[in-house]
Design a protein around this ligand. Sequence first.
Ligand code: URA
Length: 263
Amino acid sequence: MTQKTVGEFAAAHTRELARLLRGLRARLEIADPDDWARAEDPRPLPSASEAAPGVCASAESASVEIRLAKLKEDVLACRKCPLGAQRLNPAFGVGSASARVMFIGEGPGYEEDRQGEPFVGKAGQLLDRILAATGLSRKTEYIANIVKCHPMADPSDPSKRGNDRQPSPEETASCRHYLDEQILLIRPRCLVALGAVAARVLLGTQEGITRLRGRWREYLPAGGEDPFPLMPTFHPAALLRDPNLKADVWTDMKELKRFLEKA
Ligand code: URA
């Protein structure tokens, strides 16, 4: 090997090493929940009205808001399953009537039951940071759950922490139409299923979230004509348990951003 060839060989390996280090640093930079904000992209996404010129956004969203408020009243009075009588407050949904993205979790927990709003506990605070890093927020988008009332392991004691369980298939089936109506009223550009329960319910599959995440699928709400693009990703609570999953969620959020930029 000539002197020049050795130099070229070393330079190529230095470049490769630098590339690997950049990738490693990118993964480590979001290894802590507090670091989501650091990954924030300074370029804001186009607003809903910019993204859909010609639509009289305010009149349309006012009418959607009124219909959402009516649906919320129905949920408040709902006793279609036992959860309605057990919960303190339903967590109907929160966000904008002209949201581009609807994030869908599994069901309210302890904090959500108290505050009557989805994703306000620790997982919700992490979700807020993920949204901020993606250029989104709970005010500009919409956050809802598969079931609106807190499924408790021990319904006799709503004051107990950690008293959570997954919603049963019966509870999911009786609550599902509320979510479908929310989707059809808001008509977001796309849906993001947060976690295995939401992804499995919406996609009607038993496949694991590790296999489902990051790939665009479709969801057709009952009574709808066109399916909505749906991307499953890990639930923020899973990220609190295993921070290694953050890199995958960040990959999914970058894909979501790409989708919104061209939608
Ligand atoms: N987990 C969920 O799936 N939904 C919430 O609202 C809170 C925690």
